[in-house]
Design a protein. Structure first.
Length: 542
């Protein structure tokens, strides 16, 4: 089978993956209610639907991502089910793109189907599934370009540039991450065909594709008064990415976590390397899932090294370009989980892109004859790593898998189309919160829910008082006036309900809201007309 992909011959496979994805996700599409991540997306889309100015909201991701929810709300009314449909449609599209990319890279449908099955069964975390989408649309477009080397057309470069532009609109960091490999593969293609002149021709074509997407989007944003909201992230993300990279590297230094906590902030910590050998299965499994990809990414870098010294230039350049794209697919979301949120949800966001590299490694390791045993062991280790991910993922609610369905047999109904299956405990908790909020506030009122639970506002058709729906113990470091301003705004606006969740959001004592924001909690206790404490949260009625 040729390494170039034929859309016609593979159309059946795309359709099959789409249908199977839809059937599988339908089994638990309307299961569970997440007041945090899902609720954050739903509430921001709801605020936009109600006409809240974008500048009054703190958007954690690109505006276009939330605009999808607003559009569906405009068409069909606010609905939690619509939010879930957006998430799982994104996941299903990612599955198809993954299959496409691996077939384009290797020409092996069986390998592509195996890798896609992994992400189909244990998909990316739904509320941030666009991470994987941004990664795979670029991996697919750039891998398509590579498979046509050295006979690339202007259209190939235009497509790759246009796709890059789309990822900038969704979240700029993925656009910046995928710019270097695009320039490199344009250069590699020119190296094989026409030299520098051909490189300029292809680069110009890619820029045309980029501009063809950006200009209409920016014109629509300008016409809607949203140009600043779209352009500002383009300017701010490079400095933010540099800061994250520096902080991420700092986190590798011994004692960094203790140094950070000494100033009153913490981050979710990676398990220590010793956890790899822990007798507790859960600890060792998570440690393997977090650390193993680093080893395989290094192996991928080794493959690039061996490709560079191959004698047959006509084969080596294209192979080098393929592995380069695969490495960026794996590396694009690697910092998100490895440095900042080393939990299963963020590992799940990383896995679809990582599958491209895993497929590349298995594909190439089979061709290594001089060290056959080492290649076999490495390939087996990759397969075992993926098997462990599936085994853990289908049993853990931290991913987007069917594990969320376990024990959720009760029906919870609330405002904004919330009609979903929850556990008996969740039903009791959510119904209590729903009733208290509805009884003590009116439609259109704003409430407070900290540190991260805007879904409680969405399920009661209320608004959020604070513009930033997520806060943790790093907030006073990044915004020293946050607590003072929060007290002043609460005093002035008098929200009828304030919910304080008892959640160690970074896994540390100081990351509980009542500890790092003790002054705000003290204000609530002194000014609330009633205080209701329940397992997991405290309600303050003002």
């Amino acid at each position: 089978m040729s390494n170039s992909i034929s859309t016609r011959s593979n159309r059946m496979w795309y359709a099959a993956i789409t249908v199977v994805s839809a059937m599988y996700y339908a089994l638990y599409l309307n299961v569970g209610f997440s007041p945090a991540d899902d609720g954050n997306y739903a509430q921001i889309a709801y605020e936009l639907y109600l006409g809240t100015p974008v500048e009054d909201l703190t958007l954690s991701y690109g505006l276009i991502w939330f605009k999808l929810g607003e559009i569906l709300f405009d068409l069909f009314g606010p609905s939690y089910l619509s939010v879930k449909i957006i998430f799982f449609t994104t996941v299903a599209i990612t599955n198809v793109l993954l299959f496409y990319t691996i077939v384009a890279m290797t020409g092996r449908r069986g390998l592509a189907l195996g890798m896609t099955t992994v992400t189909l069964i244990v998909p990316a975390f739904p509320a941030t599934a666009f991470y994987s989408l941004c990664i795979l649309i670029n991996a697919a477009a750039q891998m398509r370009f590579v498979t046509r080397m050295p006979n690339n057309t202007i259209q190939d470069a235009v497509v790759a540039g246009a796709v890059l532009s789309v990822s900038f609109l969704i979240r700029p960091d993925f656009g910046y991450i995928w710019t270097p490999p695009l320039i490199l593969i344009l250069g590699l293609s020119a190296l094989r065909s026409g030299g520098f002149t051909d490189f300029l021709r292809l680069l110009s074509a890619a820029l045309v594709g980029f501009v063809a997407v950006q200009v209409p989007a920016l014109l629509m944003a300008w016409n809607s008064g949203l140009l600043g909201s779209v352009v500002t992230p383009y300017v701010s993300y490079p400095a933010m990415m540099a800061d994250y990279a520096f902080t991420g590297l700092q986190s590798l230094l011994p004692g960094y976590a203790q140094e950070l906590s000494s100033v009153g902030a913490t981050t979710l910590q990676r398990p220590p390397l010793s956890a790899l050998f822990s007798s507790e299965t859960g600890h060792s499994s998570l440690a393997i899932l977090i650390y193993a990809p680093l080893l395989f990414i290094l192996l991928g870098l080794g493959l690039i090294g061996t490709t560079l010294i191959k004698q047959r230039r006509d084969v080596s350049v294209q192979l080098l370009a393929k592995i380069l794209v695969a490495l960026f697919a794996a590396g694009a979301a690697f910092p998100h989980y490895f440095f900042y949120r080393p939990d299963l949800s963020h590992v799940a966001n990383f896995m679809p892109g990582y599958m491209v590299l895993a497929a590349a490694l298995i594909w190439q390791l089979r061709n290594i004859k001089r060290v056959k045993l080492a290649a076999t062991l490495a390939g087996s280790a990759i397969a075992l790593h993926l098997a462990l991910y599936v085994w853990v993922g289908v049993q853990t609610q931290g991913t987007g898998s069917i594990a969320v369905k376990a024990s959720r047999t009760e029906t919870f109904v609330a405002e904004n189309g919330v009609n979903t299956s929850v556990s008996a405990f969740e039903k009791q908790q959510y119904e209590f919160l729903r009733d208290i909020i509805l009884e003590n506030s009116a439609p259109g009122d704003s409430i407070v829910c900290v540190p991260y639970c805007p879904g409680f506002a969405f399920m009661t058709a209320r608004r959020m008082l604070f513009s930033n729906f997520y806060v943790d113990d790093s907030t006073p470091i990044n915004d020293p006036q946050w607590i003072t301003n929060a007290i002043a705004k609460t005093r002035a606006d008098r929200p009828p309900v304030v919910i304080v969740m008892d959640w160690a959001i970074n896994g540390t004592k100081i990351s509980r809201f009542e500890n790092w924001a003790a002054a705000y909690v003290k204000f609530l206790k002194e000014n609330a007309r009633a205080q209701i404490a329940k397992p997991g949260f405290t309600l303050y009625l003002l």
